[in-house]
Design a protein around this ligand. Structure first.
Ligand SMILES: [Zn+2]
Length: 119
């Protein structure tokens, strides 16, 4: 792995680290959304398939089929939101002064600068 020298203190090297994109309480909220949604999606999918396959076309079966489908979609959406909240990002942290650099942002900036130059 190549080492990058810190531009802030000029003494340390930058090391890759994974951190949460959001702050602690938001990440907790994300886990609360994500954790129950996985079994909910599985249960609703199973219930929907069971009713759909075994359904005799009765109105009550059709209604509960729709309810399970809606619940399954809602659980799936909340799971995606939760997953987005707990996503991690790669940052570079200096071992000496703890300066934080976001590698993607610097890459984007370099791209934008080179694009400007080419014009
Ligand atoms: Zn430093």
């Amino acid at each position: 792995m190549r080492e990058v020298h810190c531009k802030v203190c000029d003494a340390g090297t930058l090391r890759q680290r994974q951190v949460y994109r959001k702050s602690g309480s938001v990440v907790d909220f994300g886990y609360v959304l994500l954790a129950p949604s996985i079994p909910s999606v599985v249960i609703c999918t199973l219930a929907y398939v069971t009713l759909h396959v075994g359904g005799s076309g009765a109105t009550s079966a059709g209604v509960s089929e729709g309810v399970f489908l809606l619940l399954g979609v809602a659980a799936f959406v909340s799971g995606i939101i939760g997953w987005l909240l707990i996503m991690k990002k790669q940052i570079l942290v200096c071992s000496v002064c703890s300066a934080v650099v976001e590698p993607k942002m610097t890459a984007h900036k370099a791209e934008a600068d080179s694009a400007k130059l080419s014009h």
